[in-house]
Design a protein around this ligand. Sequence first.
Ligand SMILES: C[S@@+](CC[C@H](N)C(=O)[O-])C[C@H]1O[C@@H](n2cnc3c(N)ncnc32)[C@H](O)[C@@H]1O
Length: 272
Amino acid sequence: MVTVLSLNKVHLHKSDIQYPTSNISMHLPIFYLINFSIILSVLIFLIKYLWDMFFGENYEPPAWEHARKEGRITSELLKASRNYPDKIRLYNFWLQIQRINKDKVKGDFAELGVYKGDSALLIHLMDPDRTFHLFDTFEGFAGKDLQPETGKAATYSTKNFADTSLNKVLKNIGGNPDMLKVHSGYFPQSTVGLEEISYALVNMDADLYNPTKAGLEYFYPRLSAGGVIFIHDYNDKWEGLVKAVDEFAATIPEKLILVPDLDSTVMFVKNQ
Ligand SMILES: C[S@@+](CC[C@H](N)C(=O)[O-])C[C@H]1O[C@@H](n2cnc3c(N)ncnc32)[C@H](O)[C@@H]1O
């Protein structure tokens, strides 16, 4: 501190005076802010934990819970299931695959509409020994499929779902590459040469009228008795898809079952 002496008096320049409390008061708001953030984070964590506990995030169907406790769910599937947001969709896939295996339903698995492979990953991990056919352009929607769409689907473009690639998908799915058969390109042209295959499970997730109609026409006659077809997004956002499903459902004896998952999957099991 600099002091200036004059006539026995000590003169202090204003700028030389240090107020001992000024530092504390400067730090106080930061201190409170940190405390407040910690308390808020703990509160948010607690509320989320309680919410999940009571509203289903931690819900497991008893069959899955038993299988998990008995070590029949692989660590890869457990990890994928924890990261997957739509638990009802996930458990629905799993329960159907359990049934298909128990009933020894013959046939391959297929997915139409793979995008980055998130649902394909689950299905593959649930039965890695099944041949699994993956159908997608891997470049997003085709312009000719978008053109007749109405409603919300009409606002989509060829850019939607284009941010993927076959390599990304195969990397995401990993698993047993020998069992994955990729049919890259426009569906149904990508089915040429695949007339003799039979299917036990098909997950259709192509959103639009054309591929959904073509998918049902291709897969249904090749679906084994006891085999299942899921059609994702049977909701009013996708008018064309709903129309394609309803038109086709009117021509088959099986009844559609609505699944209470996040995007309203509809499914049916082929009669014996
Ligand atoms: C909603 S994404 C699939 C999402 C994926 N099943 C999932 O759950 O992560 C729809 C996909 O259908 C594909 N698709 C739509 N029409 C198609 C067609 N005619 N031929 C091939 N793929 C098509 C798109 O390329 C897009 O990747």
